[in-house]
Design a protein around this ligand. Structure first.
Ligand code: HMG
Ligand code: MG
Length: 298
């Protein structure tokens, strides 16, 4: 069966904009977040408190966050380490996300650490976050394949998931950073996680649409009981530290499928599409989302 309701974790302002060549003005980002909230999205990942030299596109996190903090939605932010947590807490953030890797190569490329060193870096972030009453999401990148190492073994992914949950993460997001996963692999991973005692209620899925598999993978995850799905408005996005990563599953494509299945998301597809068309104008290139194009004649 399928869930009656899906919570969409909107990542456009973070995962989307972190990979744009153009630096988007802070006020445009704030307007983007406001419009997404207005379209009915209730969880909007706003920005990252990472090193500004690593992700210059999000170097304005201190200026952006206070501009959107009053919106009646959850506004998670990425924090790689205690320095990032301090910056987020100083602005009153109550939802943070650490981001681990299931592969050694990507841990080095994205975090300048081995997998174990990265997990050791997150431990005090999670512990202090929980002590401060903050909701902590744990991302796990490269759950299916890695550009340098190829297919990532399922037991390796299960192991890191267990470490993140034991650390105290409230939820996990399984990332297909470069979009190479297919439905059978998604099914096998979710089965293995369930067999390892990981509750499916703690799992979200985060698909990039590089090979056009994101919707099929999402439907497979829903059939396994997953009810949290990451997506980015208009299909913006990628990852600056993983070559061949393209945009996330487009939120509009997801909402179109779920609407057809009778699954409630609370999202107004017309307003959301209008937002992505507006953002495409700001970025100077059309949205890659098929649904946005179909609905807007873009
Ligand atoms: P590092 O160079 O090893 O940092 O980078 P360090 O710990 O050695 O510190 C060096 C200097 O940076 C110090 O300053 C720190 O204070 C400063 P100094 O003492 O030399 O003057 N520093 C910071 N400044 C501001 N904010 C901070 C911070 N941390 C240290 N938070 C680090 C290590 C983790 C910081 C770096 O590698 C980094 O920022 N990486 C982030 C990369 C990133 O954001 N990638 C994209 C997000 S992940 C993703 O997109 C995948 C996902 O979507 C899921 C999926 O698709 O799979 C989530
Ligand atoms: Mg991503």
């Amino acid at each position: 069966g399928l869930p009656t309701r899906v919570r969409i974790h909107e990542v456009g302002p973070r995962d989307g904009l972190q990979n744009e060549k153009a630096t988007v003005p802070t006020e445009v980002k704030a307007e983007f977040v406001r419009r997404l909230a207005d379209a009915g999205l209730t969880t909007i990942e706003a920005t990252s408190f990472v090193h500004p030299k690593w992700v210059p596109q999000l170097a304005d996190a201190e200026q952006l966050y206070p501009r959107v903090a009053d919106l009646p939605v959850a506004l998670p932010v990425l924090v790689p380490n205690e320095r990032g947590l301090d910056r987020a807490l100083a602005l009153g953030a109550d939802r943070v996300a650490v981001f681990a890797s299931a592969s050694e190569s990507f841990a080095r490329a994205n975090l300048n650490r081995s997998m174990d060193e990265a997990l050791a870096m997150f431990e005090p972030v999670v512990t202090r976050g929980k002590a401060a009453g903050v909701h902590v999401r744990g991302y796990l990148s490269m759950c299916f394949g890695d550009p340098w190492e190829g297919e990532v073994p399922i037991p390796q992914v299960v192991h890191v998931c267990r470490v993140l949950l034991d650390m105290g993460c409230d939820e996990l997001s399984l990332g297909d950073t470069i979009g190479v996963g297919t439905a059978g692999h998604v099914s096998a991973l979710l089965t293995a996680l369930t067999e390892a005692g990981v509750p499916v209620s703690a799992l979200g899925v985060h698909f990039h649409d590089t090979y056009g598999q994101a919707l099929a993978n999402t439907l497979t995850a829903l059939r396994h009981g997953v009810t949290t799905v990451d997506a980015s408005a208009g299909g913006l996005g990628g990852c600056p530290y993983a070559r061949s990563a393209t945009g996330n599953l487009a939120t509009e494509d997801l909402v179109w499928m779920l609407r057809g299945l009778g699954v409630d998301t609370g999202v107004d597809l017309g307003r959301l599409t209008a937002t992505s068309v507006w953002m495409a104008g700001q970025l100077g290139r059309p949205s890659p989302s098929r649904t946005v194009r179909a609905l807007s004649h873009q």
